[in-house]
Ligand binder design. Sequence first.
Ligand code: FDA
Length: 301
Amino acid sequence: MIVKNFFIHLSENQFLNKAAQNYGFKLGAHSVVAGTNIEEAIKSIKELNAQGISCTVDNLGEFVHDKAEALAAKKQILGVVDAIQKHKVDAHISLKPSQIGLDIDYDFCKDNITEIVERAAKYNIFINIDMENFARLQPSFDLMEELAKDYDNVGTVIQSYFLRAQDDIKKYSNFRLRIVKGAYKEPDTVAYQTKEEIDANFIKLIEYHLLHGKFTSIATHDHNVINHVKQFVVEHDISYDKFEFQMLYGFRKEMQVELAAQGYNFCTYIPFGTDWYGYFMRRLAERPQNLNLVVKQVFTK
Ligand code: FDA
């Protein structure tokens, strides 16, 4: 827990974030980040597509405090939408509302995301609103609900550590949802703190959405959960086109290919861009073993 909190704390450090951008694409991040530009990301997507794996693409960006930065991020994401269409790859978009201005002004963010969703709708590309910390949870759900009045290519994430997640999954069951454990540090007033509680809630949420909801993305590297889902769908006669497994780029690569080869829909989350620092620190928080990647990099330079 102390190690986890240490890395989450580092992920929130804006000075280090800037320094990392300037320092370049190092510290082992390249193992879990698919390059710094769209060309590199498209190359990774094509390689995964060739193995029967679809992708969701995240043009990394954090600590957006002014409108110019948010507009630049929107432009980049529109570029990713266009690149997916141009290269005819099997991919959709994952974006964070804070990246396109949620912390600055809700309506400004709504205009930005609407432009992205509208462009993507033309090409039949799905947009996933990634979930961030608790303060941004309800505004992000609000964005999705407002967008859903005009577009059907939008969905979001349910984080199992939140005490309110069971209510949210019922409320938003008519949306395509990605279900995860949750990556941020949250207080016990809003979130479960133990692995046992979070894992138990995760299973309940997955089962509920598989039985009652629209399409379910089960996003985890946890083989116990994956094995449980495999058995659950057989027992409840849930067809394979109702769900997919998702994992992050660079994690459990063999298992990703194996699940796709077994006939499950599989989607890899492809983060790319120069703003990789916060993403990488959160991955270290989840799995300090990833430090090996950093150590290897430092000694092979
Ligand atoms: P967890 O880290 O709890 O690991 C459980 C067990 O699985 C481990 O004990 C180990 O046995 C095994 N394991 C895990 N990783 C392994 C590895 N690399 N190699 C071997 N064994 C391994 N969060 C969020 O708050 N908002 C979001 O929008 C998203 N989006 C998202 C998308 C996708 C595609 C993924 C996979 C995850 C997210 N997350 C997220 C992150 C998520 O909330 C969570 O923090 C991480 O996925 C870590 O939890 P896991 O379920 O993977 O297992």
